[in-house]
Each structure stands twice: as structure tokens, then as C-alpha cells.
Design a protein around this ligand. Structure first.
Ligand code: A3P
Length: 304
């Protein structure tokens, strides 16, 4: 596997922050753009499940919920490997010595669960052709922005975030990896009416994990005993996942993720934006949000 391979090769992580390029106007790392043809040509299989999100919307949380469901609540099975090894991140290209997301997926037996942050128009066409099930999770823009900012600080290979004020502007203008949050959530919202997409919200899972996990169960056509569901709810809570090395990204070296700057499992709450936004930023954000989200039936809760 991935990490073992790095150890075997005795590769040193002499990595620097990624350069950014674009695919059809969407900023992606240059490494991802260089391998884009392979990502676009990826061959999905009918029994693939895709977990799609804008970055920092609760991907890892959803991955853990799905993995626990698929393994009937067997915690040991879910601890078989780190999140990023259990579920290939299809467009991701980390390092020249590690397999790409596509290569990881190709090496994996079916049924596969895959991850993407791609906006809907960049999803490899085979996912639509094979009518794969997709779980999309969206998080309110303000908390998503705060989480993305701290992630850029701790992730030593993401582009430089700049100051909070600078990152705030980049996010509003979509000049961040995977592009505009606004276009992402709206694009997937439209797609859900045409494909097998379960569209969930971070805030809803936080508010009532039992209700939302039941939606996932129904979507995956799984039936679990109440005790198993209780166990899944317990082990996918923020405080428990934060201590789980197979789910909290601490298996990656500090040259990539420096948890001393900001932990990957940072706060896991709704409304942390209030600790970051100034009054002026909030006004500017709200005015801009109103324009960008005009005409969609999609609504978010910024607090619970
Ligand atoms: P914060 O930075 O706001 O704490 P992703 O997995 O898409 O990168 O998203 C990471 C965000 O989801 C982080 O948000 C992280 O703390 C939060 N998260 C991860 N597991 C969670 C859980 N079990 N419950 C609530 N939030 C969780």
C-alpha cells in the first residue's frame, strides 16, 4: 500500500507547496492537471460508490460512516487502513513515487468506494454512463471557508493561503483548488435530479446523525440492526474520530500535514465562522452570497 511503499522506497518527503494550473477554468494542482487525461478516462464500474464533496465539507466523516455501514459496524475492519487508502481519491496526484488516485482505484477489488472533490462537470463521464451511486455532502459556505483556510495552513503541500483576509477574497472569487464553492454546490444540486445522487448537508448530520445515516442506509439498500446503527453513530462522532489514527490523517508525515499548526480534526462544529469573520467581512460575504446563490432552491444553515 501507499505508505508502506513510501517506507520501502525510503523516499524523503522533500515536498514544496503545489503549483496551481487549471482544467476548464477550475484551479487544480499542476500535478493533477498533468495527469488529467488519465483522470478523465477513468473507468468507473456500475457498483462503484462515489463520495463527492467540496473540500472540507465533511468528506472524511462521510467516508467513515459509509465504511462502517459497508462493514456492518465492524470497527476493526474499518481500521484496516487510513481513510485515504481505503477510498481512492480519483483526481489526486500526491508524489511521483506514490500511485495516483486512478492507479489506486484500478488496483482495488470491487465493490469500490471512491472519493472526489471535482465539480460536477469535471467528473469522469464513465460515472454517469455506468449510473453509479454518488453521495454528495455540502457544508455551509462560511464554515467551509474557515475550515479550508486552516487546512491550507496545516497542509504543507497546498498552495500558500496568505493571510485570513487574502484567503477570504480568494474563496469568494473561486481562486482556490477545486474552484468556486458556489458553483460546486449548485452544480451538484442540479445534477441530483438526473442521476443517482444522495445530497446531504454537514449541518443535518451534525444535528441528527441517526436520521442522516438512515438516509445513507436506504440509499445503499442496507438494513442494519439498531445496535449496529448505534455503534456507527458512536464511532463516527467527532471526538472519537479525532482519536482514531486511521481516520484523523495522522498517518501522513508532518512534512505533508502538520497537525501542530492546526489539527485535521479541528473543531467539527457548525458556526465556527463567527469566531473568524469580522462584521465587515460578514456583510460583504452576505451581499456577495445573495448574488451568487440567487435563483437556486438550495439553502444552507449557517448555525444550528
Ligand atoms: P473543521 O475544520 O471545521 O473542524 P473534509 O473531511 O472534507 O476535509 O472535512 C474536514 C472537516 O470536517 C473539518 O472541519 C473536520 O473537523 C470535520 N469533521 C471530520 N470528522 C467529523 C465528525 N465526525 N463530525 C463533525 N465534523 C467532522
Amino acid at each position: 500500500m501507499f505508505m508502506e511503499k513510501m517506507k520501502d522506497l525510503k523516499v524523503t518527503w522533500n515536498m514544496t507547496r503545489y503549483e496551481v494550473d487549471e482544467v476548464e477554468g477550475i484551479p487544480l494542482t499542476k500535478k493533477m492537471c498533468d495527469r488529467w487525461n488519465e483522470t478523465w478516462a477513468f473507468q468507473a464500474k456500475p457498483d462503484d460508490l462515489l463520495i463527492a464533496t467540496y473540500a472540507k465539507a465533511g468528506t472524511t466523516w462521510t467516508q467513515e460512516i459509509v465504511d462502517m455501514i459497508q462493514n456492518d459496524g465492524d470497527l476493526e475492519k474499518c481500521k484496516r487502513a487510513s481513510t485515504f487508502e481505503r477510498h481512492p481519491f480519483i483526481e489526486w496526484v500526491l508524489h511521483e513515487h506514490t500511485p495516483t488516485g486512478v492507479e489506486q482505484a484500478e488496483a482495488m477489488p470491487s465493490p469500490r468506494t471512491l472519493k472526489t472533490h471535482l465539480p460536477v462537470q469535471l467528473v469522469p463521464p464513465s460515472f454517469w454512463e455506468k449510473n453509479c451511486k454518488i453521495i454528495y455532502v455540502a457544508r455551509n459556505a462560511k464554515d467551509n471557508l474557515v475550515s479550508y483556510y486552516h487546512f491550507h495552513r496545516m497542509n504543507q503541500i497546498m498552495p500558500e493561503p496568505g493571510t485570513w483576509e487574502e484567503f477570504f477574497e480568494k474563496y469568494l472569487t473561486g481562486k482556490v483548488l477545486w474552484g468556486s464553492w458556489y458553483d460546486h454546490v449548485k452544480g451538484w444540486w442540479e445534477a441530483k435530479d438526473h442521476y443517482r445522487i444522495l445530497y446531504l448537508f454537514y449541518e443535518d448530520i451534525k444535528e441528527n446523525p441517526r436520521r442522516e445515516i438512515q438516509k445513507v442506509l436506504q440509499f445503499l439498500e442496507k438494513d442494519l440492526e439498531k445496535e449496529v446503527l448505534d455503534k456507527i453513530i458512536h464511532y463516527t462522532q467527532f471526538d472519537i474520530m479525532k482519536e482514531n489514527p486511521m481516520a484523523n490523517y495522522t498517518t501522513l508525515p508532518p512534512e505533508i500535514l502538520d497537525h501542530s499548526i492546526s489539527p485535521f480534526m479541528r473543531k467539527g462544529i457548525v458556526g465556527d465562522w463567527k469566531n473568524h469573520f469580522t462584521v465587515a467581512q460578514n456583510e460583504r460575504f452576505d451581499a456577495d452570497y445573495k448574488q451568487k446563490m440567487a435563483g437556486t432552491s438550495l439553502t444552507f444553515r449557517m448555525e444550528l
